[in-house]
Design a protein around this ligand. Structure first.
Ligand SMILES: [Zn+2]
Length: 321
């Protein structure tokens, strides 16, 4: 195993150069961004950012609340002009001295090109990964918060007619409950079958997948934590190093408004009650504590903390980059 790249000035300069390649510096900064927690570096690698009608995310919620909170939701998480939530689809790369872990990664390239979503820029995902200093063959571990198609896409890549693991030297750690539930759903749901067969099955067939049960300590301050609800085998990744803490929370929350209203039903939650309970527990546990939250779909500055304001109102405050 080669020693993982460290984040260096050279990489920052490479990112700056990439900004010009995109032709818009401020926007390009959103394709990759890094944070350090003790001996752990986390980088986001963005596949795309896309607006979605807020009503699709929150089928029953009083959406006026989004406008009332536009001062901290806009422009990165909500667009008051169109009433759209903005969701970012991205991978997180977590690096220690010994580990290069990739969590999630967007839709990948398993769908036919005519099914691509507006704003998707799949071709550049691997380039963005490399710009962040990560070559696919350096990755030692891959985890998926869950098996929805927007999280497993880049587990694999095209190889002629076949699909092969994107990260050839990594172990893919799949939650057994998630695996079993998705395999069962794939028997009757064509969309689930397409994603599962393209992005999970080839990993197992290549012999680089391991099924794990519940929590797992990976060492170096990284711990996989079961957070079921959004899906049966959903999990998050907790980081603790040298007194610094962060959590890669996956889809426990989807938009920062859920910090204020964790009780809202989210349209894509598999088990609405379990997801709500998990979300409330998560928000309660992370309010006014020094834990940086990196949720799967938060774009722009992405990282932030839950803080309670005067009167107890909870908001998500992004870190100053
Ligand atoms: Zn998602």
């Amino acid at each position: 195993m080669r020693r993982p790249f460290a984040i260096s000035r050279r990489h920052l300069l490479a990112s700056a150069a990439a900004s010009f390649a995109f032709g818009h510096g401020a926007r390009a900064a959103e394709y990759s961004r890094s944070w350090t927690f003790g001996n752990v570096t986390v980088s986001k690698i963005v596949e795309m950012s896309a607006p979605l009608p807020a009503r699709r995310h929150f089928p029953d919620a009083p959406l006026d609340v989004l406008d009332e909170n536009a001062s901290w939701l806009a422009p990165h998480f909500y667009d008051p002009a169109t009433k759209n939530d903005i969701s970012t689809y991205q991978a997180y790369v977590v690096r220690t001295q010994r580990i290069v872990l990739v969590m999630d990664g967007g839709y990948g390239d398993f769908l036919p090109s005519e099914a691509e979503r507006p704003g998707q820029h799949r071709e550049s995902f691997v380039d963005n990964l490399r710009r962040a200093g990560v070559a696919p063959e350096q990755v030692t571990h891959v985890i998926n918060s869950h098996f929805h198609a927007d999280h497993i896409g880049w587990n694999t890549r095209r190889d002629g007619e076949n699909r092969v693991p994107m990260y050839p030297k990594a172990r893919y750690l799949f939650d057994r409950k998630e695996y079993d539930a998705t395999a069962t759903a794939a028997a009757t749901n064509a969309g689930t079958a397409t994603a599962f067969n393209a992005c999970v099955k080839p990993v197992m067939e290549a012999g680089v997948g391991d099924l794990i049960d519940g929590d797992l300590d990976l060492g170096d301050g990284l711990r996989i934590v079961a957070t079921p609800g959004h899906t049966p085998g959903h999990h998050s990744l907790a980081i603790a190093s040298k007194g610094r803490r962060a959590i890669l929370s996956g889809d426990v929350i989807h938009n920062p408004i859920e910090v204020l209203h964790p009780e809202w039903t989210m349209g894509f939650d598999a088990d609405k009650d379990a997801a709500r309970a998990q979300r409330i527990k998560f928000v309660d546990a992370h309010t006014d504590v020094d834990v940086t939250i990196l949720a799967a779909h938060f774009g722009g500055p992405t990282a932030g903390k839950i803080v309670s304001e005067k009167g107890g109102k909870r908001v998500f405050r992004t870190l100053v980059p």
